[in-house]
Structures are given as C-alpha cells and as structure tokens.
Design a protein around this ligand. Structure first.
Ligand code: PLP
Length: 362
C-alpha cells in the first residue's frame, strides 16, 4: 500500500506528519553538512548540542514553559515516571493523592502504593472508567505531597474537562494530549508525556518539572531516576535518545508552522466534532465516554455487538483505515486522532461509518 492510501488511527506509536518524515529522510545521511546522520553523531558534539538546545527552546516556546520549570528529555517510557514521581516527590510515610480514571492512572497509583500512603482521591473504576470526577468529588488529603492525574485516558477515550484545584502540586500524565492545546504550565508541579503519540517516535519521555520540587529524592533512588541529576546534567547524565529528540525538533517546527498549539487545538476540535456529531446521531454506533468528558484525541465507540464491531474493523482495514480496533482490554473501536491525523482522514472514517450503517439497515 502507498502511504497516501492509508490513514493510521493508532493510539501509539502514532502517525507523524508526512513533511516531518520527508525532512528526516532528506537529512538522514547527512545532517546539515556534518557528513553524518544524527543517529551516528556524539551527543557531546557541537552539531548535536546545537540541535538539542534548539529543540528544547522550541518546546519551551510552544508550551510557554516558564523559567521556573525545567524541560527534561528522558527514557524509560511514560511508565517509568510512575516510579520516578513517588521516588522523587515524596518521602517514606508521606501521603499522596491519586485520581484513578483509567488503566495508566491505575498502574501509576499501584506503583506509588509501594512507596507512600496513597489516597485515592477519586476513581471511576466502578463504571468502567467512562467518566471523569467533578472537582467537588475529589477527596483531597490536606497533607498530600502531590495530586496525580492523567489528563487524557487513551484507552477509554475520556479527558479531564478542567484542571483540578488542589493545594498540593499537580502532577499530570499528558502522554496522549501534549502539544494539542495551550497549557498553563505554571499551574503544574510536573508534567510528563511519552513521545510516541504527538511528539516523536517511541523512546523519548518529556518531563517538565518545577525546579523547586526537585532535589528531594529518597536516598535509595537510582541515579538514573533522579530529576535533580538530570536537571544538573541537562538530560545528558548518560546518552539521551538523540534521534528521537531530533524528530521532536522537526515536529515542533511543523506545529509552529501550523499555528502552534492554538492551531493544533482548532484542528483537534474540528476532527473530534466530525466524529462525535455523527456518533450522536448514529443508530448503529454509540460513543463510550460520557458527553462532558470526551477526549478529542482518542474517540471510543461501539455497536454493542462484538461480531459487528469486528466486521466494521475489517471493513475499515479494507478501505485503508488502520488501527481502528479498540484496546484489547475494552473491545469496540477507537479512533486515535492525534495532531498529525489530517481532517480528511476523519472525514473518510465518518463516510465509511455511514456506509456501514446503511448496509446494516439500521
Ligand atoms: C496516557 C498514557 N500514559 C502512559 C502510557 C504508557 O506509556 P509508555 O508505553 O511510554 O510507558 C500510555 C501508553 O499508551 C498512555 O497512553
């Protein structure tokens, strides 16, 4: 199949903008006249150090990251943050607050339970994570060292429609929505995101941390897992994921050329409205997430009949739509429509849904 014939709705690793891949391809063998690929050069070389600084500056500009916060380029996936956070931001016996609104928040919460007293401030597990708790439902502990939540729940297709108000610093997993809208970074103690949805290939994790929170890691914290060490070494305590950082730089260029994060937000609203407007009318397909907390990045839906869902997924595949199948733990369908998904891809998906609905005489 040709690239032009495919729309890739994968939840991660996900579609990257074609102009980004074209530029990476054109620079693959010889980056800026260095005679080398970025994959081959020393991370301490002048050429790479310049690329690194430019990428960091572009990310700082894209999200208006204040000088109080440091940007780190780490490895270990978003999942390693589930351990790094309690190890660095709490001491033994401390209480921390977690909101459990999906699979990844639940894993993060269980990991934290190894290290601290975890107060589950809210959970939507009993209703299969179909909703996000309201501010007034949050049972916050006055002594909490931080409040943890996942802004966008990739598997369930829900997103927090508000930023929680808490006395404790906010710690947020933004893996599946970073760079899709403006964020007031100053409201957060720590933001983290695996790169493989909206930023770069898998293997890079971006952390944005209020420097005032770093430097208090537990004595047992492995060297590699200390935020302060990574701040001191500008993410280069060891070899960073060089090529992924390079691609992130290209993606940030593409974001800037397309209106920045405000431009990304406009496009994401356009894409998700196409799907949700149709889903709200459809007599065959039903949206899974509560109306007040729908994700603009991962749209989950189902027919209510597993066999028909499977038939629909097959039908989309035959028509160049890849990865529309829901996560294996929940079934149904999921269209992940991250920044790099063209509006045209969503229009085509909706057209196929309509055709399928008519065929099934609903
Ligand atoms: C919201 C969210 N958090 C965390 C993760 C885990 O990311 P990683 O595979 O980079 O550890 C994912 C993966 O899809 C995710 O969607």
């Amino acid at each position: 199949m040709k690239r032009e014939e495919v729309f890739n709705f994968s939840a991660g690793p996900s579609v990257l903008p074609t102009p980004v891949l074209e530029r990476a391809a054109s620079e693959l063998l010889n980056y800026r006249g260095s005679g080398m690929s970025v994959m081959e050069m020393s991370h301490r070389s002048g050429v790479f150090m310049e690329l690194f600084a430019e990428t960091k500056a572009r990310l700082r500009a894209a999200l208006s990251v204040p000088e109080t916060h440091e940007i780190l380029f780490l490895q270990g996936g978003a999942s390693l943050q589930f351990s790094m956070i309690p190890l660095n931001l709490s001491a033994e016996g401390d209480t921390v607050d977690y909101a459990v609104t999906g699979n990844f928040a639940r894993i993060a919460c269980r990991e934290a339970e190894k290290y601290c007293r975890v107060n589950v401030a809210a959970s939507s597990e009993s209703t299969d994570f179909d909703r996000i708790p309201a501010q007034k439902e949050l049972k916050l502990s006055p002594e909490a060292k931080y409040f943890y939540y996942c802004a966008n729940n990739t598997i369930y297709g829900t997103a927090w429609p508000y930023v929680p108000e808490t006395a404790a610093p906010l710690v947020c997993d933004m893996s599946s929505e970073i760079l899709s809208r403006p964020v007031d970074v100053s409201r957060y103690g720590l933001i983290f995101a695996g790169a493989q949805k909206n930023m770069a290939p898998a293997g890079l994790t971006v952390v944005i941390i209020d420097k005032a929170l770093a430097g208090k890691e537990r004595p047992v914290t492995p060297l590699m897992l200390s935020y302060q060490r990574m701040i001191d070494k500008d993410s280069m305590y060891n070899t960073p994921p060089c090529y992924n950082i390079y691609v992130l730089g290209l993606v940030l260029d593409w974001v800037a050329a397309n209106g920045g994060v405000a431009g990304m937000e406009k496009l994401k609203k356009q894409r998700s409205a196409l799907l949700y407007n149709y889903l709200d009318e459809s007599r065959l397909f039903k949206p899974c997430a509560g109306k007040d907390c729908r994700s603009d990045m991962n749209v989950t839906f189902r027919t209510g009949d597993a066999a028909l869902d499977a038939e629909f997924v097959k039908f989309t595949q035959a028509n160049g739509m890849q990865n529309v199948k829901g996560h294996r733990s929940v079934g149904g369908m999921r269209a992940s429509i991250y920044n790099a998904m063209p509006v045209e891809g969503v229009e085509k998906l909706v057209a196929l849904m309509k055709e399928f609905e008519v065929k099934h005489h609903v």
